[in-house]
Ligand binder design. Structure first.
Ligand SMILES: Nc1nc2c(c(=O)[nH]1)N[C@H]1C(S)=C(S)[C@@H](COP(=O)(O)O)O[C@H]1N2
Ligand SMILES: [Mo]
Length: 320
């Protein structure tokens, strides 16, 4: 089986079920063999342990799996250290978030589409083809994680929605449920949480809707039952628990941009050279470790997304 055209965030076809491959490597890391596990995950020739399955002919270590350049964040860290302001301003909202009512769940599609409709989460899942992506996740607050998501490319949802050619942006809304989301009583914030992308960003192959993490249903605190993941942007773009999507022709106002326009913008592309007004963006701490590593432009995904911004002014607004 020739390994060609594999995009580095894809998992190897050699893994019978892709996530098992990841989880096996992860278990190695959990066993305290971090360096070996990380090398195996990256498909590095330096790994002391052979791959669980025989490599296919033409096996190319570098092409074997997306190399996030770092081990997966342990699941206990990525599911207990969260930002979900609807449930509180601290990172330890995971228990409070268990109140999020996710069943039944439906998503409303409206705006510049051939025909607005509402679809249940269950019906949506019957219409999409799921896959797995290991992405780095960089919060604007300078912490970072590496997460194996399952879900589907946002472009599949856009195809279902059939936007009109006049649509220029896609806008997303999070559930606003006063009964369970105690954070909504903090009046300072412009609830509900809202985000947006240009159509070029939304149809980029990296833009992903996650419905699972680590081969499990996505936990409530991480944005069940479906959340956006745009790994080249600061984490606040990755809106959780989406209930409505609208196609529009004007740049949407977003939650953080409305809250503090001098600090957070619409674009929010990761750039180590553009500091936040109150802190540097040059480095990031890897949650679950004591490691601090340099931040990369577009969080290391420039090869796939920098062309989107090629014709634009490369000013601070693109990176805040
Ligand atoms: N609805 C909603 N979505 C949200 C947030 C939020 O507070 N509410 N926080 C954002 C921020 S700042 C980050 S860094 C990520 C955190 O995702 P995680 O908790 O799954 O790591 O979610 C983003 N999506
Ligand atoms: Mo964030």
């Amino acid at each position: 089986m020739p390994i060609i055209n594999r995009r580095p965030w894809d998992l190897p076809e050699s893994a019978a079920t892709p996530i098992d491959f990841v989880m096996n490597r992860r278990n190695i890391m959990c066993a305290g063999l971090g360096a070996i596990g990380a090398a195996a995950l990256a498909g590095s020739a330096a790994a002391d342990t052979p791959p669980a399955e025989a490599p296919p002919p033409g096996y190319e270590p570098a092409a074997m799996a997306y190399d996030p350049g770092r081990p997966l964040t342990p699941i206990k860290d990525s599911t207990t250290y969260n930002n979900f302001y609807e449930f509180g301003l601290d990172k330890d909202i995971w228990q409070a978030a268990q109140k999020l009512p996710v069943d039944p769940w439906s998503i409303q599609i409206e705006g510049m589409v051939s025909k607005p409709f509402t679809i249940s989460f269950d019906d949506l899942m019957k219409k999409v083809k799921t896959d797995t992506r290991i992405y780095r996740h960089r919060c604007v607050e300078t912490w970072a994680m590496t997460v194996p998501w399952t879900g589907f490319p946002l472009s599949q949802l856009i195809s279902l929605a059939q936007p009109l050619a006049s649509a220029k942006y896609i806008k997303f809304w999070t559930l606003e449920d006063d009964r369970t989301m105690t954070g909504l009583s903090v009046p300072f914030f412009p609830w509900p949480y809202r985000e947006g992308l240009t159509m070029a960003e939304a149809t980029n192959e990296l833009a992903f809707i996650a419905t699972g993490m680590y081969n499990q249903t996505i936990p409530k605190q991480d944005g069940a039952p479906l959340r956006l993941v745009t790994p080249w942007k600061y984490g606040f773009k990755s809106i959780k628990s989406i209930v409505k999507i609208s196609f529009v022709d004007k740049q949407p106002e977003t939650f953080w941009q409305t809250t503090s326009p001098s600090e957070y913008g619409f674009w929010a592309n990761v750039n180590p050279a553009v500091p936040h007004p109150r802190w540097s963006q040059a480095h990031e701490n890897l949650i679950g470790t004591d490691k601090v590593v340099p931040t990369q432009i577009y969080n290391g995904y420039g090869q796939w997304v920098a062309p989107i911004y090629a014709g634009m002014k490369q000013d601070r607004a693109l990176f805040m």
